[in-house]
Design a binder for this molecule. Structure first.
Ligand code: CUA
Length: 362
């Protein structure tokens, strides 16, 4: 009998160590609602307090369960376990203790809710330092940058970038979020909560990113199931210092060439394979086009087979039309045209030439 009792305590110790081993990384693994957005310290603080109250409660409850299982187990087939009926002082204790915990959390939550989550610009003059139009579509995002609120005629700087959203720290940025097809949701957990991207409707999000994020790429993703490649609708936010961002935006502005539009005739400049690969990545073409066929889009090998056999077309003409006017020719097996038809508004003649050069390798 004595030997078993000994064993039980060893078990309790082992389980306790295991539970602690789970509890300690909890803070590291657990994700607070947001860290870098406008005045979100209060929410993050509340999350931490709740977590640190929850860990001892969890350990106590699980520990007692394990203790009870061992201590009050049936020791032989004929034995009835000890029967216990109520314990008034224990019941009063846990009722008061639970009430105190809930009351404390309630008070802290009410206090956090009183916090002003709006950025300064939103409160004072409603004038952001920058405005970014965020447009979701299956299966990527477009970003278009404006100085100020983008409404004054001199502030209409437009830069279109895909895949990477570049933002300044410490500046008031207004994101105008929408969609061109189905419902998506813009979510970068470290910066702010989710905002839905809805066709025909513009939702806004104010950001004022902490300077601790400078130099980081903050990951996010579409948070509304929107189709087969929903998982691939990633959002990467490059955070720059205010000065670096201004320099970056100016350089993007100077580099932005006129988009080619639906021009299928004018000869293209010489393409470059390496740059073409970058264009392919930057526009997230791989979201739908892998070397082999995917549900979302025909494989690059098949597209090149089509390009080589399309009567009356050179390879270049076929690829150019397939990119700028993708619904004109549909690959066998993909009867519904689901490719965005606005790549002409994003690509310059040079980028198109580079992209074609890249595709020719398949
Ligand atoms: Cu877009 Cu999910």
């Amino acid at each position: 009998m004595k030997r078993y009792k000994h064993l039980a305590w060893i078990w309790v110790a082992v389980m306790g160590v295991l539970l602690l081993a789970f509890a300690i990384p909890a803070r590291v693994l657990a994700h607070g609602p947001s860290k870098g957005g406008a005045n979100t310290d209060a929410i993050d603080g509340l999350f931490n307090i709740t977590l640190w109250i929850a860990i001892p409660v969890f350990l106590l409850v699980e520990g007692l369960i394990i203790y009870a299982i061992i201590r009050y187990r049936r020791r032989s087939a004929s034995e009835d376990p000890e029967q216990v009926h109520g314990n008034t002082s224990l019941e009063i204790t846990w009722t008061i203790l639970s009430f105190v915990i809930v009351a404390v959390l309630f008070a802290l939550t009410v206090r956090a809710l009183q916090t002003d989550y709006e950025v300064d610009a939103q409160n004072e003059d409603n004038e952001p330092d920058y405005t970014v139009e965020v447009t979701g579509y299956m299966f990527n995002w477009d970003y278009r940058y404006y100085y100020g609120d983008g409404t004054s005629p001199t502030d209409d700087t437009k830069v279109i970038k895909t895949r990477y959203l570049t933002l300044p720290a410490e500046e008031a940025v207004l994101l105008k979020i929408t969609s061109t097809d189905v419902q998506h949701s813009f979510w970068v957990p470290d910066l702010a909560g989710k905002v839905d991207a809805i066709p025909g409707y513009v939702n806004t999000m104010w950001l004022q990113i902490d300077d601790g994020f400078i130099g980081e790429t903050v990951p996010g993703n579409c948070a509304e199931y929107c189709g087969t490649l929903h998982y691939n609708m990633l959002i990467d936010v490059n955070v720059l210092s205010s000065d670096d961002f201004a320099a970056w935006l100016a350089s993007e502005e100077s580099q932005v060439g006129a988009p080619i539009g639906t021009d299928l005739e004018t000869p293209l400049p010489m393409g470059d394979f390496e740059r073409g690969e970058q264009v392919f990545t930057a526009n997230a073409c791989s979201a739908c086009h892998a070397p082999e066929d995917q549900v979302a889009g025909p494989g690059l090998n098949r597209i090149m087979r089509d390009a080589n056999t399309h009567e009356g077309y050179t390879v270049e003409e076929h690829l150019r039309e397939s990119i700028l006017d993708p619904c004109a020719y549909l690959t066998e097996g993909w009867d519904v045209c689901s490719m965005p038809q606005n790549y002409g508004e994003k690509l310059t003649a040079q980028e198109l030439a580079d992209l074609i050069e890249y595709l020719k390798e398949y």
